[in-house]
Write a protein that binds this ligand. Sequence first.
Ligand SMILES: [Zn+2]
Length: 310
Amino acid sequence: MNLRLIFCLLFLTHSLFGQEPSHKRIARHIEKLASDRMKGRGTGSPENAKAADYIASHFKKYGLKPLGTNGFYQSFTAKVRRVVVPDSLRSASNVIGFLDNEAPNTIVIGAHYDHLGEGRQGSSLEKEPEGKIHNGADDNASGVAGLLELAQYFAKNDVKEPYNVLFMAFGAEELGLQGSRYFLNNPTLPLDKLNFMVCMDMIGRYNPERGVGIGGYGTSDTWPAVFKDVTSSVKFFTDRAGNGGSDNAAFYAKQIPVLFFHTGGHPDYHKPTDDTEKIDVVAEEAILKLEIVLLEKAMQQPKMTFTPVQ
Ligand SMILES: [Zn+2]
């Protein structure tokens, strides 16, 4: 093989596969977001705002168009309701980036980036949570890492998909889906142009016995055609319901078809021990590759019709 051919092949390989999800980048994102320095990304904290900045800076790097109300940010006031605290009103933001493929309709890929901070906003399962950093590596630094990897992939793959893609990192999910609900009540693009929404919340603790759960299979009659003949190196199963678990429930309530990716519960859920070293980033990479296959197949289909799940 001559040298020119080798260079040519190297270039091709790089441009075709260079932007595929990578477990090394996934690990870097999770280490950053779930480190003790981020103090659990509690709503209203400076560290929560730092996490939002981290996401926005990556959206910018990938060349996404800001689609918040202040650049990439859509700010709102979140309310702590589950515990009584003097600072129950807290500033929060969604981070919103748009991949404009000049298509008539748009798909949404979302993940929440907030977590429980230092245990002073309710819903911790620790006995005495106050003052303990709830790192939230699985919940939901894993989902944010997935969001960033998918944003990079679709922005850099040199393919103009038949739909636009709205990438959303939601704030204040842990306070009751407040970020996704705020967006849906104050949308920055017309909701009737949304085709479907894909949510990732806790995709870092793959259990080969259980497999990856994919909820929302019953929310459109189109999903069976999308899943047909799809295989993956990770085990997965579908579940018809789309109205529980995370921000997908807010989209479901607006009659938008959804998919919800989740690797299942574990003893560290909503405890200070939900830490980075317990994340299976290699499995997460495989889950994201499965998502890409499903998303690319779904984007070959006409705009979906919503089906309520009984
Ligand atoms: Zn979560």
